[in-house]
Design a protein. Structure first.
Length: 294
């Protein structure tokens, strides 16, 4: 299924901590996003900071004001975000998922805490040997490609749009995931969570994204593209598996109540060779995709 959202439909799902981080602000300054917009509330927020930090807090306040002005402008000009979602029949087999009958190789965690298991995303899906079908969500989100070329002669506004576009792609994934849990997949139909709770990941299940610690191999975007046909929302892949537009997010959605995020960490040559065989790629090519994990 393909879903299109207006900017105002997803902007409330933005995690402003990461927006401010992109501009060099520490998380505490993102608190301005939780303040009522009246002058009195902003003034009260500002005086909470030590005097030596108020100048930085004022900068954050102004940046937030300009970011919201830009969001309104993008919305008025008709820019939208887009998503593709597919609910696949799934089972696990050791370190692999089988999604609609196709293999989706995964890596098992190498960094763990004493006494705890070495995790793999396949651990959270019913095993093939059990004979009972499970389900896994596959998704990709993005924003209009045209946003990448806005304000070519204004470095500040260009960066403002780019950092907002990144957050809007993530916010679209957040909104889509909520709809998946409550309606499309429907495994949590009675969920009632605030935006703050969503950002704290208090919902059932996880949404591991490609390129992140539990799913570090960018080349799996080529596999996801086979299921989702990303060009339907104007996403293309580079030879390295990067998505264009850059403000795009892809990954899996798992429903198991015990599922959790983890970092695969460093892998050795034996693990690299095994993974390359399961991916059906030459080991030297696989080494390129997993350079940060070697």
């Amino acid at each position: 299924m393909i879903v299109h959202y207006h900017i105002h439909e997803v902007s409330e799902y933005i995690n402003w901590v990461y927006f401010f981080h992109a501009w060099g602000f520490q998380p505490r300054y993102a608190g301005i996003a939780n303040i009522h917009g009246c002058d009195a509330c902003r003034a009260m927020w500002l005086v909470r900071f030590p005097e030596e930090e108020r100048s930085k807090a004022s900068e954050a306040m102004q940046l937030f004001k300009e970011a919201n002005r830009m969001l309104r402008l993008l919305d008025e000009k008709g820019y939208r975000t887009h998503a593709i979602f597919r609910l696949a029949e799934a089972n696990s087999e050791e370190n692999d998922l089988w999604l609609d009958g196709k293999r989706f190789p995964l890596l098992r965690q190498q960094n763990n805490r004493p006494g705890e298991p070495y995790l793999c995303l396949s651990d959270f899906v019913r095993p093939l040997s059990g004979g009972i079908k499970d389900q896994v969500g596959i998704f990709v989100t993005t924003i209009n490609r045209e946003t990448e070329s806005l304000y070519p002669d204004d470095a500040y506004r260009r960066m403002l749009v780019q950092t907002l576009a990144d957050r809007l792609a993530e916010a679209t994934a957040e909104k889509l995931h909520e709809q998946v849990r409550k309606q499309i997949w429907g495994y949590a139909p009675n969920e009632q969570l605030s935006i703050h709770q969503l950002h704290n990941e208090e919902f059932q299940g996880i949404r591991p994204a490609v390129g992140y610690p539990s799913l570090p191999d960018l080349s799996v975007n080529f596999l996801l593209d086979e299921w989702l046909d990303m060009k339907r929302i104007d996403i293309c892949l580079t030879e390295n598996g990067m998505m264009q537009p850059h403000a795009s997010v892809s990954g899996l959605m798992l429903a198991h109540p015990a599922s959790q995020y983890f970092s695969v960490g460093k892998i050795n040559e034996e693990q690299l060779n095994d993974y390359a065989k399961r991916r059906g790629l030459p080991i030297d090519e696989m080494r390129k995709f997993l350079a940060t994990n070697l």
